[in-house]
Write a protein that binds this ligand. Structure first.
Ligand SMILES: Nc1ncnc2c1ncn2[C@@H]1O[C@H](COP(=O)(O)OP(=O)(O)O)[C@@H](O)[C@H]1O
Ligand SMILES: [Mg+2]
Length: 351
């Protein structure tokens, strides 16, 4: 067995325990929230939909990027038969919006990223959508000059249309509008909207609550954009508690020798500490497994050391509460602002 990162054997001097913590990283749990959002997206993505832009927002570490990639992979898998008969088909594309730093968002880089995805390894001649197959350079489309932004845009439009792309997932979508002055905000999203309408491709914008907050700066945009809320699991909801426990169980089952079935009993403390975000849970448990492996045995102390610090947790909680109250003001009434944990207290105790 080899490690795909460096091709060295996975077994290291530390691994006296038979379970490797890396298994946790590779785990993909189809938990309740993921299933709910996928059903909602499936319902809203269809040809001729009026919702040319959909927003998926939720706390960081809830698993949005994982869901986004899974959606695209799943769609490609489900269309495999069709793709065999039509080699040019790419029904779904995932791109990360490039970070703009201090500068304006780079549409050029963004279009280039989309084009890279559209090239794929499939049989359609690239020249069909404006790329020279030998040089990899853009062929000058009619009416636009060379490698200009307009030429790139035309190439993307052609590509999306030629590939029959039903939806394009744009992760880290806040990058598109973060540095934008308010009066340009609508122009940025209109650019995407017109791309969607030109190509019949729905745009799924994925991001943390800041994406929602940016969009809602313009009342007009907020009214015209449908938002899917990828929420954390909440302590004050029994169904959430059960769903979160099922996740902890899956993480426990992935490394049965390491945890010796003692993980699930800490579900309440883990929910509290990770704020009900499965991605954060994965990070905490991976860290705990690494520490246990280093200690050559599992202890509750390893779990305690792996938890988020109270300062980290508090900061994340504040962002979450601001985001939740912006998306759904009703939620704040059931979630007190700074809830003190009886279990995971300041010194990260899980005992
Ligand atoms: N459904 C899941 N099952 C198992 N691990 C997950 C799942 N969702 C997320 N993770 C883990 O959590 C990490 C962070 O998730 P990510 O999707 O990047 O969160 P977000 O984009 O919301 O910040 C991922 O790298 C992955 O290892
Ligand atoms: Mg992400």
């Amino acid at each position: 067995m080899t490690n795909s990162n460096n091709n060295k054997p996975v077994t290291s001097s530390l691994s006296s325990l038979p379970d490797s913590p890396e298994k946790l990283n590779q785990l993909r749990i189809k938990h309740t929230r993921i299933a709910q959002i996928m059903v909602e997206l499936d319902t809203l993505i269809y040809p001729e939909s009026q919702d040319s832009i959909l927003l998926v927002c939720g706390p960081s570490g809830v698993g949005k990027s994982t869901l986004a990639r899974h959606m695209v992979d799943n769609t490609l898998k489900n269309t495999v038969a069709q793709m065999d008969s039509d080699a040019g088909l790419i029904p779904a594309v995932y791109v990360e919006a490039p970070s703009s730093g201090e500068n304006d968002f780079s549409w050029r880089l963004f279009y280039q990223r989309i084009l890279q995805q559209l090239e794929g390894e499939l049989g359609m001649p690239k020249s069909d959508y404006g790329i020279d197959t030998t040089t990899g350079r853009l062929v000058r489309p009619h009416g636009a000059s060379g490698n200009s932004l307009a030429a790139l845009r035309t190439a993307v439009e052609r590509g999306l249309r030629a590939r029959g792309t039903r939806f394009l997932v744009i992760d880290e979508a806040a990058h598109i509008i973060r540095q934008t002055r308010r009066n340009r905000l609508e122009i940025q999203l209109d650019t995407l909207k017109s791309l969607a309408n030109e190509c019949g491709t729905q745009m799924i914008l994925v991001g943390s609550y800041d994406l929602y907050q940016l969009v809602s700066l313009s009342g007009q945009l907020a009214r015209r954009t449908h938002v899917l809320h990828f929420e954390r699991y909440r302590q004050d909801n029994d169904a959430d508690l059960r769903a979160f426990q099922a996740c902890v169980q899956k993480f426990q089952d992935a490394l049965p020798h390491l945890w010796s079935k003692e993980l699930v009993q800490h579900t309440a403390a883990l929910l509290e500490n990770t704020l009900g975000c499965v991605g954060t849970l994965s990070a905490v448990l991976t860290r705990a497994a690494m520490l246990a492996q280093q200690d050559k045995r599992w202890t509750v102390d390893a779990l305690r050391r792996a938890l988020l610090t109270e300062a980290q947790r508090k900061q994340i909680l504040e962002e979450i509460i601001d985001g939740e109250s912006a998306i759904n003001p009703g939620l704040t009434r059931t979630m007190p602002r700074a809830q003190k944990s009886p279990v995971a207290s300041q010194n990260r105790s899980v005992a």
